[in-house]
Design a protein around this ligand. Structure first.
Ligand code: SAH
Length: 396
């Protein structure tokens, strides 16, 4: 077993059970990609077992902080079993569930989503890449399923020096399937869709959207960054009279239209715009268009804190325009999935966008990611998705 020795003082994060060791913390030692190493402090005291990734700035991702732990097939089986058991108690309102959420489930770099009878996995780091076969077998055994598709095409693979890998790892067949969520059907393709095929993290916020549309009687809805129409279907199911969906991806909008049909919802109530959201919002402001509800769910604008300032301006821009398009009494459902923009900062950005738009806004509710994408006390980086429901106060 190879050992990696840290520089003096660099043991602190591992002692707090944060799983990452950066390259700058290493005094000496290396190993092959994904090889299990022992990490010691500068005095040679045991800190953790981890997977080495010589190409990555995150040089080691810790598997365990227990010296007696063996990192073997049984270890992975147990971690996977615990992750799946956690979801069983969450009462997820869908057959699309995130079974493994990487660091938060003690399996750094591994994401596994279940869509009905199909598993989809992303191996995003050298450690889980090395144990891929063991993990794949354990997943089938623990779930009783026979199909596992690999979507290891994340940008993190490049940072790890790993090539892209996609295709069936176990089993095979059609990659297009239908997911049930809050009673709605959603078609997706695990080979072609974003992430593992769908944005499962927004599940409960789509459910909330449906409920709000129904409760407030919101007739005209604008769904920005609609992707395959998850919020569009939710709004229509809640009784919206008209939903305008905007996305710059043609295939996503085609799938969205198919999803409306799949649920027997009225296609005549839908308007699809294959366009840039920012330009569309500006055009709508010029045209004086107004909506009862607006969803803003942009892609990740600030992957890390270093991008936060520029991203803050971009978030503020779209939110200011969103507020301007909101009818009095209307609701803005606005999100950020940027790890680099924290909850407090996002709240401030949305508040100042409301002030600039001259809108009297009331924060009704905070939103987050669905609980099958857990956050943990040791790993603050795991918090990424945040959202706010803001009402434009009705004019007196
Ligand atoms: N709300 C969706 C997920 C949105 S993902 C859901 O619940 O499933 C973000 C989407 O933004 C992607 O579909 C991407 O195609 C789209 N997108 C990215 N940049 C865009 C832009 N400038 N204008 C319009 N759409 C954009």
């Amino acid at each position: 077993m190879k050992t990696i020795r840290l520089k003096p003082g660099k043991e602190r994060s591992l002692l707090r059970r944060h799983p990452w060791v950066f390259d700058g913390a290493v005094a000496k030692g290396s190993a092959d990609p994904g090889e299990t190493v022992r990490v010691d402090d500068a005095e040679g005291r045991f800190l953790a077992w981890g997977a080495c990734s010589p190409a990555s700035k995150i040089r080691v991702r810790a598997w365990s902080f227990e010296q007696a732990q063996r990192i073997d097939a049984a270890f992975f089986c147990e971690r996977l079993r615990a992750a799946i058991a956690l979801r069983e108690r969450l009462a997820v309102a869908s057959d699309g569930v995130r079974l493994v959420h990487a660091e938060a489930d003690g399996l750094p770099g591994l994401v596994v989503d279940r869509y009905g009878d199909t598993l989809v996995a992303q191996f995003g780091a050298a450690g889980v890449e090395r144990w891929k076969g063991v993990i794949a077998d354990a997943l089938l055994e623990l779930t009783g399923l026979s199909r596992l598709y690999e979507r290891s095409d994340t940008s993190s693979r490049q940072l790890e020096g790993l090539p892209e890998a996609t295709g069936w790892l176990r089993g095979g067949g059609d990659t297009a399937l239908v997911l049930q969520e809050h009673g709605c059907k959603l078609g997706l393709d695990v080979a072609l869709g974003h992430k593992t095929g769908y944005y499962l993290d927004q599940r409960d916020n789509r459910g909330l959207c449906r409920e709000l549309v129904q409760r407030y009687g919101l007739a005209e809805v604008l769904n920005c960054y609609s992707y395959t129409g998850g919020f569009t279907v939710a709004a229509l199911a809640g009784g919206a009279q008209r939903v305008v969906s905007v996305d710059s991806s043609g295939p996503a909008l085609q799938q969205a239209a198919a999803n409306v049909a799949l649920n027997g919802l009225d296609a005549a109530r839908c308007e699809w715009l294959d366009a840039d959201v920012n330009a569309t919002l500006r055009r709508f402001v010029e045209q004086g268009r107004q909506f009862d509800a607006i969803v803003l769910d942009p892609p990740k604008l600030a992957p890390t804190a270093a991008h936060a300032e520029r991203a803050a301006r971009a978030y503020k821009d779209i939110n200011r325009l969103g507020f301007k398009l909101l009818k009095p009494g209307g609701l803005l459902l606005t999100f950020s999935c940027s790890g680099g923009v924290g909850v407090e900062l996002f709240h401030k950005i949305v508040a100042s966008a409301g002030i600039d738009a001259g809108v009297d806004g009331v924060f009704l509710q905070r939103m987050g990611g669905a609980p099958d994408h857990p956050m943990t006390v040791q790993f603050p980086e795991g918090e990424y998705l945040k959202g706010l429901v803001v009402m434009r106060r009705p004019t007196a």
